[in-house]
Ligand binder design. Sequence first.
Ligand code: SF4
Length: 219
Amino acid sequence: MDALWRAPTLRPKIPRSPMPTSQDEFYRGLERAGAALSRARGGPAERAAAVHDAIADLLRDTDAHERLACRSGCAHCCHFPVGVTFAEAVRIADAIRGDDALRERVLADADATGDAAWHQLVGRACPLLRDGACQRYPQRPMPCRALGSLDEAACSASLTANADVPRDEAAWWRGLGAAQALDEGHGRRELRSAVAALLRAARGEQAAAFARSRAVPQP
Ligand code: SF4
């Protein structure tokens, strides 16, 4: 999922006309998330929740939404490494801190994959996935929200071969914009590595722990 989960190298500017669709959608997500952040109160977890809530209807309001292949119990995309913002990682860590079994599962998976390169995580299940379902679906990060596949067979094939997955492009780019707003200068890190680092860090050291976790590869 995350080979493509990078902010495009776009800078705010007065767009030429016509604006490329991807850029238009990117800024729609960025602006919606930015407005939510300007109203948000609380810490990183609350800021992530504010953006996730604010972007939800924008991800559903697309021409392709009715054709989504995504359904409950389908979890091909949960076998790709996922990039998360600091705020999203804090939100997930807070949500599993009191669940001993899930907490240990994330920590063990992070330890077992500590030396793995990003591409070596392709095919390995996200530690939040159990019995085909995300155990923290309400707190899932933006890539998991915005990846709307239009072809389940292509998702399955993409785990073992280079396969293009047709997706809801508008939702994808809106999600990218929202993630860019939520980044807030921390960058993005791989989910299991980042969440494990936060679970082990003292409150005041979370940002530093996040920064030391596995970085999302850059082009
Ligand atoms: S956070 Fe949830 S939805 Fe996202 S990859 Fe992990 S199990 Fe799947």
